[in-house]
Design a protein around this ligand. Structure first.
Ligand code: NAP
Length: 500
């Protein structure tokens, strides 16, 4: 293991050793070591524990976790220790002993068998006070590796966790934040200085909350490329698990060979996250629902567009410190339009925007920056009126009157409502509108790629632009802000984002 690297440790919790080995084989190429959770095994398997290290072919941690530590062992303690002792002949590289297990004979037996003790403390309920002191106090004698797994319950909890990593920088340790708030610590184990990160095979019962599949750690989060010098970017939201941004950015880093990673952060407290971003020295972060407004007061410098759009989706750490905010949806919207229909990039273009939410506001701003004043139609006509008023446009409802007014604003139709988006993919925001075939039709929805609205437009002979093109284009603009580099074209081409 190279200096500054961390290990990927697959936790195995099947009921038989055969099944554990089958799981390991399904992920072997992504794993550096395994943890055999013998507390999950059928009792009949336990006599075969000495055979496991050799059969696995990797360094193995032997763990028999008791119920109070989140495990399944409910037998006698003497029996458990006896089992640990009898299994050592198999050549376990590590044996996990909880902090309260004071058994010098067993520890010595582990060392005599060539293994090391991992001295663990799991807190599934929250964050113990004074993390650095707790971790330092864990090891009972030199050579033991202290392991502390905690359960952050909020963004604020993460400040104490990252502070502990900083204070324990030079100490060999395993420090893990569990659950969705702690996810970043599993991905950034090498940067933060954790001896290993634990993971589970997806679709199996997680050995601990927040485990990722090792394939994701390697292929999506580039775990094996990361070290203490890796730069970090990310995306904040609540929820955040569905975000496709990590795939987009990390694929770009991979193609360009950058020493960086892009991480999802579940955030419930925006001011606390800004402090965390400073501590982790984030280069920048993307912002998704519901935080696009909440980040505004925290910015040291704002792009001019934010005043009118009122929502920020990109925050960049300036070289001289401080945070700069912008909204790449504007560029993200305009770039595909420029590529598909350059003749529309002029003030004379007659356009309609359907919708009056956050996406529509960015689109209206973008069109107005070209001198185009679109007609804005929305289900709730009052919201369309308010949006139109701030940009000097006309507005109306999504009714027969609105549709008839579209005839004079039909060079470009932009669909900026959530209608037609998964899971309700049969939705059409304007079933009564008949396309003439000469409109350019742009749908912001990107899941599915082809909405019912776009399909109808295409059948009528219109040129169409998919929301995925905008999504990628705004992501590419963010990529440039965070890395200073153009997003690699070959990744974009792979996805073929623009529907022709
Ligand atoms: P938002 O702020 O919540 O606004 C939702 C809009 O959809 C409102 O105008 C709302 O009308 C309208 N709407 C919702 N349900 C409707 C229905 N059943 N019939 C008619 N209108 C309905 O959402 P947003 O952030 O603007 O996002 C809107 C869509 O654009 C989403 O699908 C989002 O994924 C997409 N988007 C894509 C990109 C991209 O990069 N491609 C960027 C931004 C947004 P009311 O005011 O009457 O409720």
């Amino acid at each position: 293991m190279a200096e500054g690297k961390s290990r990927i440790c697959l936790s195995l919790t099947a009921s038989t050793l055969e099944e554990d080995l089958r799981l390991l084989d399904s992920r072997r190429e992504f794993v550096d070591m395994v943890e055999l959770r013998a507390d999950s095994l059928d009792p009949t398997e336990l006599s075969h524990l000495p055979s496991f290290p050799k059969r696995s072919g990797l360094p193995v941690i032997l763990t028999i976790r008791r119920r109070r530590e989140g495990g399944r062992w409910n037998g006698e303690e003497a029996e458990r220790r006896g089992l640990l002792g009898r299994s050592l002949s198999g050549g376990y590289a590590y044996v996990d002993l909880a902090e309260d297990v004071h058994d010098p004979a067993l520890s010595e037996a582990v060392n005599r068998a060539g293994g090391r003790v991992i001295r663990s403390l799991h807190d599934f309920s929250g964050m113990p006070d004074r993390l650095p002191e707790r971790l330092r106090a864990l090891a009972r004698k030199p050579g033991e590796i202290p392991k502390l797994a905690v359960m952050p319950q909020s963004t604020g909890d993460l400040l104490a966790l990252v502070d502990a990593y900083r204070q324990l920088e030079d100490q060999e340790k395993i420090l893990i934040g569990m659950g969705e708030f702690g996810l970043f610590s599993r991905i950034l184990a090498a940067k933060l200085g954790s001896f290993l990160t634990t993971c589970s095979v997806a679709g199996r019962q997680e050995a601990a909350p927040g485990h990722l599949d090792p394939r994701l750690l390697v292929e999506l989060y580039r775990f094996r490329k990361l070290d203490r010098d890796s730069f970090v970017c990310g995306v904040i939201g609540n929820p955040i698990a569905h975000s496709r941004s990590p795939e987009f950015h990390n694929r770009g880093y991979e193609v360009l060979g950058l020493n960086g990673v892009y991480v999802p952060f579940l955030v419930d407290d925006v001011p606390a996250f800004f402090r965390l971003a400073e501590m982790l020295d984030l280069r920048g972060f993307s912002v998704t629902m519901p935080h696009k407004r909440a980040v505004l007061p925290r910015l040291d410098e704002r792009d001019e567009s934010l005043r009118q759009i009122g929502a920020c989706n990109t925050v960049v750490h300036r070289k001289d410190g401080g945070w700069y905010g912008t909204n790449t949806d504007v560029q993200g919207f305009l770039n595909p339009l420029q590529a598909q229909a350059p003749e529309l990039m002029r003030p004379e273009t007659r356009a309609t925007v359907i919708g009056a939410g956050g996406g529509a506001r960015s689109v209206v701003y973008a069109l107005c920056s070209l001198g185009i004043r679109p007609l804005i139609l929305n289900r709730t006509a009052e919201k369309a009126r308010v949006l139109a008023e701030s940009f000097g446009c006309e507005s109306g409802g999504l009714d027969t009157d609105g549709i008839s007014r579209m005839q004079n604003h039909a060079d470009l139709l932009v669909q900026a409502t959530g209608v037609g988006m998964e899971p309700d993919t049969q939705g059409d925001p304007l079933p009564g509108y008949r396309f003439s075939g000469s409109e350019v039709v742009y749908d912001l929805v990107y899941q599915p790629l082809m909405t019912v609205f776009l399909k109808r437009a295409k059948q009528a002979g219109c040129r169409i632009v998919s929301g995925l093109a905008m999504l990628f284009s705004q992501g590419a603009a963010q990529f440039k802000y965070y890395t200073g580099l153009d997003y690699p074209r070959e990744v974009l081409d792979l996805k073929n984002p623009i529907v022709k």
